[in-house]
Design a protein. Structure first.
Length: 104
């Protein structure tokens, strides 16, 4: 069951960006590390919903998704659309914009 009521289409994935604590942008002593110190890194988040996959070239069979709900992923910094649901931000990304699954 998804934590958000969004159903992505085709090969799209809904990602919840990591909180500052989850992302490690707050030091152990509570000092917040500014975004400027992170430079141009890719984003990290948790997959909260996945689409059914895109169709193959013949349009006869769906290509299965490689990511699943609950995966912690790295996604392209410029490859997402932001949406807000219940005052929470989520990113919708194409599976091709997901660069890696962390810890899987």
């Amino acid at each position: 069951m998804s934590e958000v009521n969004i159903t992505p289409l085709a090969d799209r994935v809904v990602v919840r960006p990591l909180t500052e604590e989850e992302a490690g942008t707050v030091s152990a002593s509570g000092i917040i590390i500014p975004d400027s110190a992170k430079k141009d890194e890719a984003g990290e988040g948790i997959v909260v919903a996945v689409g059914a996959g895109k169709w193959d070239e013949d349009g006869e069979k769906r290509i299965p998704m490689e990511v699943k709900v609950g995966d912690r992923v790295v996604y392209s910094k410029y490859g997402y659309d932001e949406v807000k649901v219940d005052d929470k931000s989520y990113y919708i990304v194409s599976e091709s914009s997901v660069l890696a699954v962390i810890g899987s």
